[in-house]
Design a protein around this ligand. Structure first.
Ligand code: RTP
Ligand code: MG
Length: 151
């Protein structure tokens, strides 16, 4: 086990139930180090989900992500990246209800687009996404910070 941070987001479709989702985060043992409620512009959604640019669902995805406020959180804990991904369940909420009925996407999402929450898919993604939403948040363990070493 290794102590990590990750980026979690309550998406526009579940923002009215954000308190219930935060309760589940805390009950899992993960800590919320920082949180912000923001409304993404179309440009910001596009930048955040650039890895999916060109895919059939991209236009609908970025429109959805900028359709209302979101709650972004820096989570921390043991194996936080995979711990949070396990807690949220598969991308498609319909599938989540079949294979992980207690997962957050099963309980709070609708389908494979309106799926309630986001979680960084790797530690590298987590660092990028945390920097995107919390520019002053210091993550000491990135390659970029190598030049800040004391030696
Ligand atoms: P996320 O990035 O939001 O945490 O979701 P994920 O890793 O589980 O899934 P990913 O493949 O990264 O997809 C990003 C988001 O795009 C929407 N999506 N729609 N076929 C579709 O219509 C489709 N596939 C994906 C979902 O909102 C998904 O969370
Ligand atoms: Mg993803």
């Amino acid at each position: 086990m290794v102590f990590q941070v990750t980026l979690a987001m309550v998406k526009p479709d579940a923002i009215d139930r954000a308190d219930d989702i935060v309760d589940r985060v805390l009950a899992s043992g993960l800590a919320v180090l920082n949180r912000r409620r923001v409304r993404l512009t179309l440009e910001q959604s596009t930048e955040l989900y650039m890895e999916h640019y060109g895919k059939s669902f991209f236009t609908e995805l970025v429109a959805f992500m900028s359709s209302g406020p979101v709650l972004v959180m820096v989570l921390a804990g043991n194996d936080a990246v995979s711990a949070w991904r396990d807690l949220i369940g598969p991308t498609d909420s319909v599938k989540a209800r079949e294979v992980a009925p207690k997962s957050i996407r099963a309980l709070f999402g609708t389908d494979n687009r309106l799926n309630a929450v986001h979680g960084s898919d790797s530690l590298l993604s987590a660092y990028r996404e945390i920097k995107f939403f919390f520019p002053t948040f210091v993550v000491a363990d990135t390659q970029e910070s190598g030049s800040n070493a004391l030696s």
